[in-house]
Design a protein around this ligand. Sequence first.
Ligand code: SAM
Length: 250
Amino acid sequence: MSGSQQSQQAYEHYHASGHYDRRYPQPNLRVLQLIRAYLPAKGHVLDFGCGSGRYLLPLLNQAGRLVALDSSAAALARLSDRLPPDAVPVHRLTSAGPALAAHVESHGTLDLALCLFGVLAHMPSVDERQRVLQQLHASLHPVHGHLLLSVPNRYRRFWWRQLRTGARIRYQRQVGGESIVLHYQLFDPKNLREELQQAGFVLEQLHAESLLPESWVTRWPRMQRLDRLLCRLLPATWGYGLLAIARVAP
Ligand SMILES: C[S@@+](CC[C@H](N)C(=O)[O-])C[C@H]1O[C@@H](n2cnc3c(N)ncnc32)[C@H](O)[C@@H]1O
């Protein structure tokens, strides 16, 4: 089984067991605030790798149309259970490629694309990441479209494993008595900028996604306050994750 198949299988169990939602029950409010600032009222937004919707659900009252894309059927099923019956249209897709192209053809370009908390990092090859980034680029409005993307920071994450395998990590975690395997490509600011540029994006801002581990920040409100302060004081390069704000180059 390839690395990405193994990660997909892992997420199926991670979401179906409810363990992901227990570990990350809330959005990171600092990141949500940034998303809100880039999403026009009644805007069209894609959440690529949305999981069960911790970022997408709070946007229902601001967006006019949403696309929830995740390769995990269990994630999309959990999202569907959480959607209020009177919600604005939420299109659910399990892959990009032709399905996303057809969506843009029917409903117009996106104002904002999200690809948050390591989704891109689960794609093992540069070619696969470029295919996705280039499609996001082509799907965004050419003048005001923005991409908010976050990836694990190689200066902060798994450094003891990097001694053996470099920036490509295989990580095993116990989820409800079962062992799941996730594969990550770690990033630093330089290679993140390069991959975005190669796909036609201009990196406008680089933030720390959080300074404290994401699971602390999303589980405990006091940690959110401390994390907000740390993010103000410390450079983005110290972030647990790197959060890029990129626009479509003219
Ligand atoms: C770490 S979770 C992030 C979920 C959500 N963005 C969040 O912030 O909680 C990664 C998600 O990406 C999805 N994923 C991984 N590879 C994918 C791919 N190639 N296409 C679509 N979704 C993918 C997984 O199923 C999983 O739900």
